[in-house]
Write a protein that binds this ligand. Structure first.
Ligand SMILES: [Zn+2]
Length: 447
C-alpha cells in the first residue's frame, strides 16, 4: 500500500507564501505557490519581476522549496484553489522547477497566466489548465483531482480533493461557507458529505478565523453595510471614495450597483482594480452596471480625475486601491496630493476592507488616514466581512469530512492551535491525529 507524506513548504509560520506538497507513493502534488508580501512592502526598490527565486526565498517572500530536493518522487501537478497572491503569487518564480501542469479554476487560471506573462527572470513553460468547480482531472493512473465549490473573498474559489488509492486528501485553504453569496452559488456541502463517506485520509485546512465563534457573516451582510453607507451620500455634494480589495469582485459589484442607486457613475481606479475586474468581466463572471468605467495606469486615472473635478465630485463614485495604505496606490496618491483630485472638507472615504494584520500595513494605513483627515476627509471603517470560515464552519467541515488526520495550515502556531480545541470536540488528539507543522517539516502519515 502506498504511503502519504505531507511536506509543509510555506505558510506554516506566517499568513502568506502558502505551499504544501503531498507525496503519494512516488507521485507528488503541490498545492499553492504563494507570496508573502510583508518582506517586499517593507523594503525599498524590490523589482520582483527581475529577481531570482533564491534571493526571494532568502528574503522570506516566497516558499523555501529547496526542501523538495530531498523528497523522493515526481511532481505531477501544481494545484491552486483561488487567485489570491498568497496562494499563486510565486508561481512564476518556482513552477518552472517542476515539469507538470498548473491546474486551477478558470478565473484563477487567467490570473496565473498573467503572472507568468509578467515574469522577466524565468521562462515558465508549465501548461496551465482551467478546471471548473465540480470538475475532475485525471493526474495519473492512481491520482484524480476534484474541485468542490466554496466561497471566499475572491470569485471562483474551490476546495481541492485529491483521490488516492488510500483515501482522499482534502486541501481547504482558503474557504468560507456562505449560504447566500452575492456572486455564484452556495457551497456544495452535499458533495463534501459524500467525500466524507468515501473516506478522507487527511484534511489540510486554513486557520485564520478559528478564534471567532459562530459562522462568518455572509457577503450579503457586507452588501447591507456598504449600501447603508452609500445611500446616506444621496444628497451629498462631496467626493465619495470607496476602497476595497481589487480582487473582491462581489464587493465591487455591490459598490457599483449602490453608486447607480444614488445616481453616481461608478469609476474603478488603479492597476489591480483594472486587472482583477476586467479579467472577471471578460470571463463573464461578473456584470457591472452600465456606465461603469475602469482605469488602470497613472495617465488614464489622472485624466479621469480631472474630469471628476470639471463635471462635479457629486456625479461620480470612485472605487480606489489603497486600503492597506500601499505606497503608489490610488488612495495614497490622493492623500499625498499627487493626483488632480484635491481632498476637501467633508469628502468621504469608505473602507470596505479590514487591515491585513502585519506591522507594515498598520503603519502605512495609519499614515494615509492621517493625511486624509488633515485635509478634512471623513473616514468610515468596517464596511466589510471576512472571507475566512469561523469556528462553527470548521466544525461543520470536520463533521462532514470525518478525516483521519488534520493538518492546520495558513498561519503561525497561535492561529493553528485553534484546531486542537476544535479537534478535541471530535476526539482528535494533538500529535496523534492533529499535526502542527512548521515550514520545512515533513510528515509521513501513519497507515
Ligand atoms: Zn485567500
Amino acid at each position: 500500500m502506498v504511503d502519504i507524506e505531507v511536506i509543509a513548504v510555506g505558510g506554516y509560520n506566517e499568513v502568506g507564501r502558502n505551499m504544501t506538497a503531498v507525496r503519494v507513493g512516488k507521485e507528488i502534488v503541490i498545492f499553492d505557490i504563494g507570496l508573502y508580501l510583508d518582506p517586499i512592502t517593507g523594503s525599498n526598490n524590490v523589482d520582483m519581476e527581475n529577481m531570482h527565486s533564491l534571493d526571494l526565498i532568502q528574503m522570506g517572500a516566497i516558499p523555501d522549496d529547496t526542501v523538495m530536493n530531498s523528497v523522493e518522487g515526481t511532481v505531477k501537478a501544481i494545484v491552486c484553489t483561488h487567485g489570491h497572491l498568497d496562494h499563486i503569487g510565486a508561481i512564476q518564480k518556482l513552477a518552472h522547477r517542476y515539469n507538470c501542469p498548473i491546474i486551477s479554476t478558470p478565473y484563477t487560471n487567467e490570473l496565473i497566466k498573467q503572472q507568468i506573462e509578467g515574469e522577466r527572470k524565468f521562462s515558465v513553460m508549465n501548461k496551465t489548465f482551467a478546471l471548473k468547480a465540480g470538475g475532475k482531472y485525471t493526474i495519473s493512473q492512481s491520482l484524480t483531482l476534484e474541485f468542490i465549490r466554496v466561497q471566499h473573498s475572491i470569485i471562483d474559489s474551490v476546495m481541492a480533493v485529491l483521490h488516492t488509492p488510500v483515501g482522499c486528501v482534502v486541501y481547504a485553504n482558503d474557504f468560507k461557507f456562505d449560504m447566500t453569496p452575492v456572486i455564484g452559488e452556495a457551497p456544495d456541502l452535499a458533495r463534501m458529505r459524500e467525500i466524507g463517506k468515501q473516506g478522507v485520509k487527511v484534511l489540510i485546512v486554513e486557520s485564520l478565523n478559528l478564534d471567532d465563534r459562530g459562522y462568518s457573516p455572509s457577503e450579503q451582510v457586507a452588501r447591507l453595510r456598504v449600501r447603508d453607507a452609500i445611500m446616506r451620500c444621496e444628497d451629498d455634494k462631496n467626493a465619495v471614495i470607496v476602497s476595497t480589495f481589487a480582487s473582491q469582485i462581489a464587493r465591487i459589484k455591490t459598490i457599483t450597483e449602490c453608486a447607480r442607486e444614488i445616481d453616481r457613475i461608478p469609476v474603478l481606479l488603479g492597476r489591480s482594480m483594472e486587472r482583477y475586474n476586467t479579467t472577471a468581466e471578460v470571463l463573464k463572471q461578473v456584470a457591472f452596471p452600465q456606465g461603469t468605467s475602469i482605469y488602470g495606469n497613472r495617465k488614464t486615472t489622472d485624466r479621469m480625475l480631472r474630469r471628476v473635478l470639471k463635471e462635479g465630485k457629486d456625479k461620480f463614485l470612485l472605487v480606489a486601491t489603497g486600503h492597506q495604505g500601499e505606497p503608489g496606490s490610488m488612495l495614497s496618491r490622493i492623500a499625498l496630493n499627487e493626483t488632480p483630485l484635491k481632498i476637501e472638507k467633508g469628502d468621504k472615504i469608505l473602507f470596505s476592507a479590514n487591515i491585513i494584520p502585519t506591522p507594515t500595513n498598520y503603519a502605512q494605513r495609519a499614515e494615509v488616514d492621517r493625511l486624509l483627515i488633515r485635509q478634512g476627509a471623513r473616514i468610515f471603517d468596517g464596511l466589510h466581512v471576512t472571507g475566512h470560515a469561523y469556528y462553527q464552519e470548521h466544525y461543520d467541515l470536520l463533521a462532514m469530512l470525518n478525516p483521519e488526520h488534520i493538518i492546520p495550515s495558513h498561519g503561525p502556531f497561535s492561529m493553528k492551535a485553534g484546531h486542537v480545541t476544535l479537534g478535541s470536540e471530535f476526539g482528535y488528539a494533538l500529535n496523534k491525529e492533529i499535526h502542527i507543522m512548521q515550514n520545512g517539516d515533513r510528515l509521513v502519515l501513519p497507515k
